[in-house]
Design a binder for this molecule. Structure first.
Ligand code: SAM
Length: 268
């Protein structure tokens, strides 16, 4: 077995009590020079221009997925749950999908945070990713992480309908994020969309310098990364979502968007 997969699977399997334990161990994986050295070609890997098909994740991808969680997404998950505590109970989502859920840590943390904030809740939590390749380091890690909860569903392929979608460090991995969102919203009716998307960082694995922000993904609106976030906002407004401003964090991230039912039951 590839040494990184071996390490990742071992890390995932050792969680016994809380997600904090795995967070610490996951942080070790990205600080571990020895493991990092296993990848001689890491520097040559053409990350900024190439779409990475998740079912063909190169082993190096585990770094991006773990790093993304450790450095950014764990905060987004905590803030998302904090936002939920401000919504009147009748408008709370019954189902939440962590779309492009990476190594599964964000979904595990989400489950833990929800159970802490809403004891006895029956909110359905879904880890989602696109590929289901047994050889993908990311999915191997994710599956070993997800074994630590029997209250998380694993779904791959199409994003299932749900009340809330989380897009954490995910949309910027899609070359045509608007047409992708458009297709999703044409067949589902979420009431909450929460996203944190690093569109202006083309240097990261699987990100792009330019995005096709046309509605149909026909190349008629190619924009620089830094403008893509605004295009997503514009699109969500067109689909009648409202951005709920919050002061949970100075940079307003993650962005929390909802339909008017939720917005009218939000206690700022
Ligand atoms: C940086 S990781 C973020 C993982 C997780 N949401 C987090 O924040 O910890 C990006 C995720 O997007 C998925 N992804 C990347 N490129 C994709 C593509 N072209 N289509 C679908 N999913 C993709 C990857 O499999 C991965 O799970």
């Amino acid at each position: 077995m590839n040494p990184v997969i071996e390490k990742a699977v071992a890390i995932g399997e050792t969680i016994t009590e809380s997600v904090t334990e795995i967070e610490e161990k996951a942080a070790e994986i990205i600080d571990d020079d020895e493991t990092f050295d296993d990848f001689d070609d890491f520097d040559d890997f053409d990350l900024a221009t190439k779409e990475i098909n998740p079912s063909e994740n190169p082993p190096e991808y585990i770094y991006t997925a773990v790093e993304s969680y450790v450095n950014w997404t764990q905060r987004s998950v905590r803030r998302f749950v904090k936002m939920l505590t401000r919504i009147d109970a009748e408008q709370l989502p019954n189902s939440i999908v962590d779309v492009g859920g990476g190594v599964g840590l964000s979904t595990l943390l989400l489950r833990e945070q929800l159970d802490e904030a809403f004891p006895g809740n029956s909110i359905r939590v879904v880890y989602h990713n696109f590929g289901n390749d047994e050889n993908s380091t990311q999915l191997k890690f994710a599956k070993s992480v997800l074994k630590n909860s029997d209250r998380i569903e694993y779904i791959h392929g199409d994003v299932p309908p749900a009340d809330a979608y989380l897009f954490f460090e995910f949309l910027e991995h899609l070359p045509s994020p608007i047409s992708w969102l458009n297709e999703l919203l044409n067949r589902t009716s979420p009431k909450i969309i929460c996203h944190a998307s690093s569109f202006s960082h083309p240097e990261h694995a699987g990100h792009f310098e330019f995005y096709d922000c046309s509605l149909l993904g026909d190349g008629t609106k190619i924009v620089k990364g830094r403008s893509a976030s605004g295009q997503v906002s514009k699109f969500l407004k067109k689909r009648e979502f409202q951005k709920i401003s919050h002061k949970i964090c100075w940079n307003g991230l993650p962005q929390f968007w909802s339909n008017s039912d939720v917005a009218n039951h939000f206690n700022r």
